[in-house]
Design a protein around this ligand. Structure first.
Ligand code: ZN
Length: 419
């Protein structure tokens, strides 16, 4: 006699083509953020959930950024698992740079193409399918399962995940979160770096371009300031013992390199600084009196904003022309969950059972909505497809990786709600 778990695996295999078609059509509903209007893509997901006859509703504090919130109770008492993914995606840039139209959802060469294929409509599809397919097995499960498919992730989550946690905690705040942001099947993520975004403004009197004796050059000062800020990378790590013990293992560092590119292991434990925007000067024959520089500083787990800002204040003492302001809405502390939580073992077990190497436990460089759950004390874990061309032209996902992640999510969730 086949067990319900085996039936689930068979059902997921049988419906593989249906899931690929869903992802393809989901990608063909543009949901770039900015501008962030996700109504068409959300309506597509809602139609699917309606057809599946699973409970859900739309929560839209911003009408153009609707969120999907669904919950069902299983047969017995148990734990509450929350599935989380985002519907909004990065802008596509110039379609001429793409081999296939970024909003085509084209299926070619064993891959599904389009903006958001890896970040993260593949992962959000894993959440949606897990919710819909586990609903059919609810008589065999315990506890509660919630789906949160949100908008407004790419711009911080104020109207998405954060809103749901603050206003619909009964549903959104579970015992554990599973999220399908790109991670690579070789890795499951339990922690992520923090973000500190700063705007530096450098002001000097400015002058005619031939009168270099009249004023310091604001652009030149920005250059010197960058040289000094580069040294922030030397701030000693302050990782909690429990986190360091996991992410500094050679296996974890190797998996981080595999998932996020060679060299990841050299910065995962360090502060990094990126000067993303530089605006200085008006005209080639004028000596610039103002330069504005925006820096994106990433904090390793354990390093606080206060530590970094103290260092920056010390540096700025040598730059009387410069001032700094924190971009509050875009700055967030680091976050981590228990690296020995049962969800990690369940994801590892499911992934291996489905024929992949056992995923390693790693820390993420980039930020996800998992941080909001962690700030609310809910352990949150990420398992997703390889990042591939995430945020670049020709973003695409291998069908095999996509289906593997869908099945891993469904099995790990099934097992979590069976225990
Ligand atoms: Zn994402």
């Amino acid at each position: 006699m086949t067990t319900p778990r085996q039936q689930l695996i068979e059902l997921l295999d049988r419906d593989a083509e249906r899931m690929v078609r869903f992802l393809s059509e989901f990608l063909a509903k543009p949901s770039a953020n900015p501008p962030g209007d996700t109504r068409e893509a959300t309506a597509f997901v809602a139609d699917f959930l309606k057809a599946e006859q699973v409970p859900f509703r739309i929560v839209d504090p911003q009408p153009e950024m609707p969120n999907i919130l669904g919950t069902f109770e299983a047969a017995g008492a148990g734990k509450h698992l929350v599935l989380n993914g985002h519907i909004d995606v990065f802008p596509a840039g110039d379609p001429a740079d793409w081999q296939h139209d970024p909003w085509s959802g084209k299926i070619v060469d064993g891959r599904v193409w389009g903006r958001g294929a890896t970040d993260m409509k593949a992962g959000t599809t894993a959440s949606i399918m897990t919710y819909a397919y586990l609903y059919r097995f609810r008589e065999h499960l315990k506890g509660k399962l919630t789906l949160t498919a949100v908008s407004d992730e790419e711009t911080g989550g104020k109207w998405g995940t954060r809103y749901l946690l603050e206003n619909h905690a009964d549903e959104a705040k579970g015992d554990c979160v599973l999220n399908g942001e790109p991670s690579d099947p070789c890795a499951v993520r339990f922690a992520e770096k923090g973000t500190l975004r700063l705007t530096f403004t450098i002001r000097t009197p400015g002058a005619h371009g031939a009168y270099t004796h009249r004023s310091k050059n604001a652009n030149r000062i920005a250059g010197h300031l960058m040289d000094r800020l580069d040294k922030l990378v030397d701030i000693p790590p302050a990782m909690p013992e429990s986190v360091a013990a996991v992410v500094n293992r050679p296996e974890s560092l190797a998996a981080a390199d595999q998932a996020m590119g060679e060299g990841t292991s050299t910065i995962i434990n360090k502060v990094t600084v990126n000067y993303g925007v530089l605006r200085g000067g008006l005209k080639v024959n004028m000596l610039p009196g103002t330069c504005v520089m925006e820096a994106d500083i990433r904090l390793p787990v354990g390093t606080t904003r206060e530590t970094v800002m103290a260092e920056i204040e010390t540096i700025l003492a040598d730059f009387p022309e410069a001032s700094v302001a924190v971009q509050e809405a875009a700055s967030n502390p680091t976050s981590h969950s228990d690296p020995t939580h049962e969800m990690i073992a369940l994801v590892q077990q499911a992934a291996s059972e489905l024929g992949r190497p056992r995923p390693e436990v790693i820390c993420s460089l980039g930020a996800t909505d998992c941080k909001h759950f962690r700030y609310h004390g809910v352990p949150a874990y990420v398992y997703g497809v390889p990042p591939g061309n995430m945020s670049m032209a020709d973003e695409s996902v291998a069908i095999a990786d996509f289906l593997h992640v869908v099945k891993t999510h469904a099995l790990a969730a099934f097992d979590y709600l069976s225990a």
